[in-house]
Write a protein that binds this ligand. Structure first.
Ligand code: PGA
Length: 256
């Protein structure tokens, strides 16, 4: 099944009103050259609304980097409800990024609850999964991926993956300049798809699985050529328009 490639920019805790405006000016202009690629940008929450205005008239989609797991708004100081993200124009939200898991104590159960809340609010969750270096070296990669994926499948059901995106992000490749080889990425993506296929082959073949972890202009093409790699979740390189656009060009060129 042909899956439309997606290139998503995760800005993390970066940006300013000025730098966002200049980045979006370039990206909106150039994105017209990539009609076969879905492009998503995920700015810090305080900038979502203003970035949304910069995207008006373009096909670029808007996402958030996390959301509260709480189903209803209320007394949760500092948290942001999925309905608010929808209200300011988000269509997508990243859940379970390894930085959230490692630095902010998000367990697989919390991530699953966030995934569910996102969908209940009409947002498409981009579920991040991935192993640490220690786990890979101890041959635990598949067990870790299974645990992270199954927490969501158990809570939300396999049908939830009809409207979700997965991002395989090996922790050791994030922000390190050390990218997974195309074979390592393909193996993990194939494994994740097979896990879903055990419950529903049709959903498994249609879900998009992005690779994330030091994707750059010069390695995107070989990664995107892998049969089960449907695009990328891009951190550092999404902050530079030329790099980000070159990655979109690699997605546009891919033939499957
Ligand atoms: P990176 O980050 O591209 O800077 O490695 C990827 C991510 O964390 O989503």
């Amino acid at each position: 099944m042909a899956r439309r490639p997606l290139v998503a920019g995760n800005w993390k805790m970066n940006g300013s009103r000025d730098s966002n405006a200049s980045l979006m000016h370039d990206v909106v202009f150039e994105a017209r050259n990539f009609p076969d690629v879905d492009i998503l940008v995920c700015p810090p929450a305080v900038y979502i609304e203003s970035v949304g205005r910069m995207l008006e008239g373009s096909a670029i989609q808007l996402g958030a980097q996390t959301l509260s797991e709480q189903g209803k708004p209320g007394a949760f100081t500092g948290e942001i409800h999925g309905g608010m993200l929808r209200d300011v124009g988000c269509t997508h939200v990243i859940v379970g990024h390894s930085e959230r898991r490692a630095l902010y104590g998000e367990t697989s159960n919390i991530v699953a609850a966030k995934f569910r809340t996102a969908q209940l609010c009409g947002l498409v969750p981009v579920l991040c999964v991935g192993e640490t270096l220690e786990q890979r070296e101890a041959n635990q990669t598949e067990a870790v991926l299974m645990e992270q994926l199954n927490a969501v499948v158990s809570l939300c059901g396999i049908a939830a993956f009809k409207t979700a995106i997965i991002a395989y992000e090996p922790v050791w490749a994030i922000g390190t300049g050390r990218t997974a080889t195309p074979q390592q990425a393909q193996d993990a993506h194939e494994f994740l798809r097979a896990q879903l296929a055990a419950s529903d082959a049709k959903i498994a073949s249609s879900v998009r699985i992005l690779y994330g972890g030091s994707v750059k202009a010069d390695n995107a093409e070989t990664l995107f050529k892998c049969a089960d790699v449907d695009g990328g979740l891009i951190g550092g390189a999404s902050l530079k328009s030329a790099e980000f656009m070159a990655i979109c060009a690699a997605a546009q060129m891919r033939e499957k």
